[in-house]
Ligand binder design. Structure first.
Ligand code: NAD
Ligand code: ZN
Length: 349
């Protein structure tokens, strides 16, 4: 097992990465939540991963998909926790991908104004990103993740064995985030950024270490944590514009892969990086077996309007861009450059 510490003063915790990490749960609960006398597990039917908390436990299953991240499901969960007799000294265990960890984490943040929780991350995306860092929340019709809280888990387990049952598109989605960490160029005590030829355990551990370093430096999303949104400005616009359109439906990390290459092209247009650096972005995205072309039929003006609405935009358009000093937040980008760069993109085959 590889242990990645997340240093946050009295809210510090460990991420345990490796095959069979889920079997550490009872020990981790006993160590990280010593006062707990009972547990609730929040998971989804399709995940089918049983865990042993070491405590009397009630299991709650929530629906599959983004729609589970709702205030309605949150209410059902909290009412279930109450009926289960869960106290604020007890523990919530999330067993699932980012939908489950975001939802169960927010339920834990809200229940008794804050109950400890442990994430058992079962998707690649949750293992490298969503389960670490304490951003929790649900969606409302007015926007994704609009209602939430910063509430750090007491521990995170990333069991790479359970990825065996992960559907191919979900793997691709997770690889998009791994490619993001690869291109951020941040080294940690584990070494350099993840690479596509490493065993998945090492990739997960390196991504977890980068996320941990960024979150430790900036828990509540100032500029440093915003770096984790590399490739995400276009990705969010693609996701928003593909909403309800099956043909163009992209998983989050697949959209991030496209967004990473777009961000490189925009950085080149702004004179921040050269052709070789753009090629490097394409190579890395390709090495993670991801496409980087713009989905057919995208409307540049529509994408621009979504990008201008992106939560990082404070009046003007803000991007995370590579440059001579590495990847950084760049504000006040000209709309004309944003649109022109869209036409520099290849179309997806
Ligand atoms: N809090 C954060 O910092 C953060 C960061 C990134 C993403 N997110 C959130 O994460 C969510 C996306 O997470 P996701 O990509 O993990 O999607 P997801 O949770 O919907 O999981 C994808 C699918 O895979 C299934 N699944 C998960 N693990 C499995 C396994 N081991 N075997 C078989 N099936 C499995 C799930 O049931 C689901 O159907 C989004 O809601 C996003 O907003 C949060
Ligand atoms: Zn992401």
């Amino acid at each position: 097992m590889q242990i990645v510490p997340v240093e946050l003063a009295d809210r510090s915790y460990e991420v345990t990465v490796g095959e069979g990490a889920r079997h550490e749960l009872a020990r981790v609960v006993a160590d990280a939540v010593p006062g707990a006398r009972r547990a609730v597990v929040v998971t989804q039917e399709g995940i089918g991963i049983e865990v042993e908390t070491g405590l009397p436990t009630e299991v709650f299953t929530v629906p599959d998909g983004e729609s589970a991240k709702s205030l309605t499901v949150l209410e059902e969960l909290c009412r279930g926790f109450a009926r289960s007799g869960l106290s604020r000294a007890d523990v919530v265990v999330a067993v699932g991908g980012g939908v489950v960890t975001d939802l169960a984490g927010f339920a834990a943040a809200s229940f008794h104004r804050g109950t400890p929780y442990v994430n058992v991350a079962t998707s690649l995306l949750a293992q490298v990103d969503a389960a670490i860092g304490g951003k929790t929340g649900v969606n409302i019709p007015e926007g994704k993740n609009l209602v939430g809280a910063f509430w750090q888990p007491s521990a995170v387990l990333c069991d790479t064995e359970v990825l065996a049952t992960l559907p191919p598109r979900e793997w691709a989605s997770g690889r998009g985030e791994v490619a993001k960490y690869a291109l951020l160029g941040i080294s940690t005590y584990l070494g350099g950024p993840p690479t596509a030829d490493q065993p998945v355990d090492d990739q997960v551990a390196r991504c977890a270490a980068i996320k941990s370093a960024v979150v430790s430096a900036d828990e509540r999303e100032g500029d440093r944590r915003m770096l984790l949104n590399y490739g995400h400005t276009l990705a969010h616009a693609l996701e928003a514009s593909a909403f309800g359109d099956d043909e163009r439906d992209l998983r989050h990390g697949e959209a991030v892969a496209v967004g990473l290459v777009y961000a490189a092209l925009l950085a080149r247009r702004l004179g921040r990086i050269d052709d070789a650096r753009v090629e490097y972005h394409r190579r890395v995205v390709g090495a993670f077996d991801l496409a980087s072309g713009l989905p057919a039929g995208c409307d540049p003006e529509q994408l621009l309007s979504f990008m201008a609405r992106d939560k990082k935009a404070q009046g003007d358009i803000t991007f995370v861009l590579d440059g001579p000093d590495g990847v950084e937040v760049v504000r006040g980008i000209d709309r004309a450059d944003v649109v022109a760069t869209l036409s520099d993109m290849e179309s997806a085959p």
